[in-house]
Design a protein around this ligand. Sequence first.
Ligand code: 13P
Length: 251
Amino acid sequence: MRTPVVAANWKMHKTQTEARQFLADFLPRARDLAGVEIVICPPFTALAAVAEGLKGSQVGLGAQNMSDQPSGAFTGEVSGAMLVDAGCKYVILGHSERRRLFGESDQVVGAKVRAALEHNLTPILCIGETLEEQQAGQADAVNRRQLLAGLEGLTAEQVAGLIIAYEPVWAIGTGKNCDPGDAQARIAAVRAVVAETFGADAAARVRIQYGGSVKPANMASYMAQPDIDGALVGGASLDPASFAAICEAAR
Ligand code: 13P
């Protein structure tokens, strides 16, 4: 049985003060949510405040990006060791906004995944097709390409332990969430690629989230799908009641 995992991607939202206010409201709601792994990924500047606020709770801390380099003259970058030092256990890698707006190639994302694993961080590897690619019938092919580059050089055991997030780009922040049956089909295809490349055991264990306009009202329909193991949530994770309702629906 795979434990469902729900992660909040706050993107470029929330100051330290706002992050503390979120936790004061969210953590009492999350106290009874046994059986679901919950992760909060604030911006870098709020990592320390959220790490402090999460002490003694079951909720994990993640970052939204990291460098593939260990240290050095890389102005504006943050290393895996720095994330571990800040209390992170997870890191989102290859989000479509990083790929599209900041030019991250499939190969760079793969290098980041390997660097994260060297620091024992759990990567949340994001993949997903654009609207044009979907309309051209290329969704599974795009996911396959991004997945294989993202997992390049890993062992089956490493793959089994990480998290994949299928986020169709056209569903992100648009309110047009992917039909749950379609998300199931895409994610089953992703799991099949893992099975083919890393074996049946890794495919059975790796957790695959859906992301893209997840809301309290649609979360249960994703969780009802056999291959969907949770969600990566943007907009609806900014509000404590809404994020708690999504976590509740993942149980
Ligand atoms: P929304 O939930 O706002 O659509 O964002 C999804 C996302 O990009 C999470 O990483």
